[in-house]
Every structure is written in C-alpha cells, then in structure tokens.
Design a protein around this ligand. Structure first.
Ligand SMILES: [Zn+2]
Ligand SMILES: [Zn+2]
Ligand SMILES: [Zn+2]
Length: 267
C-alpha cells in the first residue's frame, strides 16, 4: 500500500531534485509510508497514511483482526488513527477485537496511547519475541531480528499464510546471521527487501540495491530463495536518489520487482 521511507516521496518540506521531479512526474513516483497487506487479512505496519491507503485500495478494515508491527518508528506505528477504533468514532458490530503484535517498545507506546478503557473492548496488544513462532488464527509468524535502530529489538518477519512462505525484511540493513540462518532452506515464495538507500550502499540500518543483491546471493546459496521466488524492493527514500523509472532499470538486472504504492502481487 505504501513504499516510502519515513518522510514519504515527495517529502513534505523538501527541496531536493528527486522530490521535485517525483511530484512533477506523479504516478509511481509518489510514495506513501510503508504498509503491506497479505491475503487481505494480515496488515504489516500501521503508519500515518493508513486512512488514505484504505480508501485508495478500497479495503474493508472493519474485519481486520491482525496487525503486525516491525518496530516503533512513527512511519511504522502511528497510534493516532488506532485510538479512534471505538464508539462514537467508529461503530463496531459484535466481537471484533483487533490485535497488534510487536516488540517491547511498541508495547510501551501501545500502553501509553491505546490501553484506555474506551479502547479495551476493541484493540489489544500481544508481545512477540525473537524466533518464537506464534499463530494469528491460521497464519504462522516468526519474528526475526533486523539490523536497524539499536535502541530496540526491531523485527522482520517470516510468515506462512495460505500455503505460501513470505519473508518481510523491512526496515533492515543486511540481516544478522541468526536471521539468515533461520531462513535456510525455506524456499520462499516472496521476499520483501528494504531498499531505502537505493543508489548507495548502507547495510547497517537500511539497504541499497547492491546490499539487496548481496543478501539475495546468500539466500540463493542456502536454499532460502529459488528461481521462482518473487523479490520485491521497497521503503525508498529520496536520499536513495533514484526515481521509479531508474530503479526499474537497475532492478531488471537482478530480476527484482520495484514496488510502487498499491502494487498487487499474486504468489
Ligand atoms: Zn521505516
Ligand atoms: Zn527530497
Ligand atoms: Zn525504522
């Protein structure tokens, strides 16, 4: 639903050439903050653009039960809209608890903003732990360690949903060895990479295209991916200094897919 880094593209107050050109070209160059929905029932991350993303994609969130949060940064967990999930801001029929899953810091933010009596019947938090597999209904989920903000345990996720295997690898630099090890032999159907710094390498907090290629080669060497695995790049920043069209030219060299807002993928 959204494919940008924290500031969006074009960034609200930015004067850089990428933002100016993105606004001029429009279309796939306009990027909202990151969010993905799997099988119409597992939302990954809840950022500040969720209101418009629901409308743009014509989604029914009244039935949404599971929201997986990667980490506490405000482009991934924005509690403002979640707070309104109670009467009279929102009319909910019957028992429709929505569960937010996340790490310790997300729990702290949840407790601060969303644990009031008004929200209690409608929204709950479940703490998840590194490499401890859990189920959201029939969806199997394992939090894995990302390489991102050092002041919290940021997660990327391995997910089995409707017979498909997905690795959601955003936000992250080059994954820690424990995460790469966990994904050995998984034969994934879909991999989603953080490609924030696009043109430039990073690896410590985010990834550029060549960091993605390095990880992809390691994945290939250990049976994490095969020739049929779909590999998607997302979470782009203006600081990656590439427009969508330029990203596509680079991505084609490696068979990767450049995400754009509202991209639908069948796996
Ligand atoms: Zn982010
Ligand atoms: Zn900019
Ligand atoms: Zn982040």
């Amino acid at each position: 639903m959204g494919t940008a880094a924290a500031e969006g593209i074009p960034a609200l107050f930015c004067e850089c050439e990428i933002c100016k050109e993105a606004q001029r070209r429009g279309g796939k160059n306009i990027r909202m903050r990151s969010a993905v929905i799997l099988a119409n029932r597992l939302l990954i991350d809840f950022g500040p653009d969720m209101f418009y993303q629901k409308i743009k994609n014509n989604l029914d969130f009244s039935h949404l039960k599971h929201v997986l949060i990667t980490h506490s940064h405000s482009d991934h967990f924005d509690t403002t809209a979640l707070w309104f999930r109670h009467n009279p801001f929102c009319h909910i029929n019957g028992d429709k608890m929505m569960t937010i899953y996340g790490n310790e810091k997300v729990e702290k933010y949840f407790s601060y903003s969303l644990s009031g009596e008004e929200n209690k019947p409608y929204i709950e938090f479940k703490r998840v732990y590194r490499e401890q597999t859990f189920y959201a209904d029939d969806i199997q989920i394992t939090p894995l360690l990302a390489r991102h903000a050092p002041d919290e345990e940021c997660f990327v996720y391995y997910i089995e949903i409707e017979g498909k295997k997905v690795f959601y690898g955003n936000d992250s630099g080059i994954y820690p060895d424990s995460t790469i090890e966990f994904l050995k032999g998984k034969n994934l159907d879909l991999v989603i990479f953080d490609s924030n710094t696009a043109k430039h390498r990073d690896g410590k907090y985010h990834m550029g295209i060549l960091d993605n290629v390095e990880v992809y080669e390691r994945f290939k060497g250990q049976g994490t991916v095969n020739d049929n695995t779909k590999v998607v790049m997302t979470h782009f920043s203006h600081n990656g200094q590439m427009l969508h069209e330029e990203l596509e030219i680079e991505a084609q060299k490696y068979g990767f897919i450049v995400a754009y807002d509202s991209l639908k993928l069948e796996i």
